[in-house]
Design a protein around this ligand. Structure first.
Ligand code: SF4
Length: 140
């Protein structure tokens, strides 16, 4: 990939993550290197796959994974619970929002209950069933 194509993708990712951050009332992590490494991972996946696949998971087959759309950033967990396990979108204490997660979710176990600073913003998939989410992914 040429430098100009890479910088075009990077700018696109920076623009949409900033817009999404504002839309959800979160902030970017200020822990050194966190934002950069997540953005770099999103840029890499966008360049390789044409989609912003979440860079913080292992996928046996990335091409197969993007068909399901659940881990395209912002992923289903972010859109349902405002939970970003990459720690890109966080609250002022640099922790992810966990308030909306089910009690048994690993995020609640790891971070406790971290309140949502802007509960009226974001969470386009809140309260949706699995079937409704699948339909949403198909653009229905
Ligand atoms: S966890 Fe979700 S919202 Fe956070 S960077 Fe990954 S895909 Fe994006």
């Amino acid at each position: 990939m040429s430098d100009s194509a890479d910088s075009e993708i990077r700018q696109k990712i920076l623009n949409y993550t900033e817009k999404y951050r504002q839309k959800t009332g979160t902030q970017f992590s200020t822990v050194e290197g966190v934002k950069e490494s997540v953005i770099n991972g999103l840029v890499k996946n966008m360049a390789e796959l044409g989609k912003p696949l979440c860079p913080c998971n292992f996928y046996p087959d990335k091409h197969e994974e993007i068909k399901h759309r659940r881990w395209l950033c912002p992923c289903d967990e972010m859109q349902m619970y405002k939970y970003c396990h990459c720690l890109l979108y966080v609250t002022s204490n640099n922790l992810p929002v966990t308030e909306h997660l089910p009690e048994a979710h690993e995020g609640r176990q790891m971070y406790g209950n971290n309140p949502d600073p802007a509960p009226d913003l974001g969470r386009a998939l809140r309260g949706q069933s699995d079937a409704e989410i699948e339909a949403w992914h198909r653009g229905e």
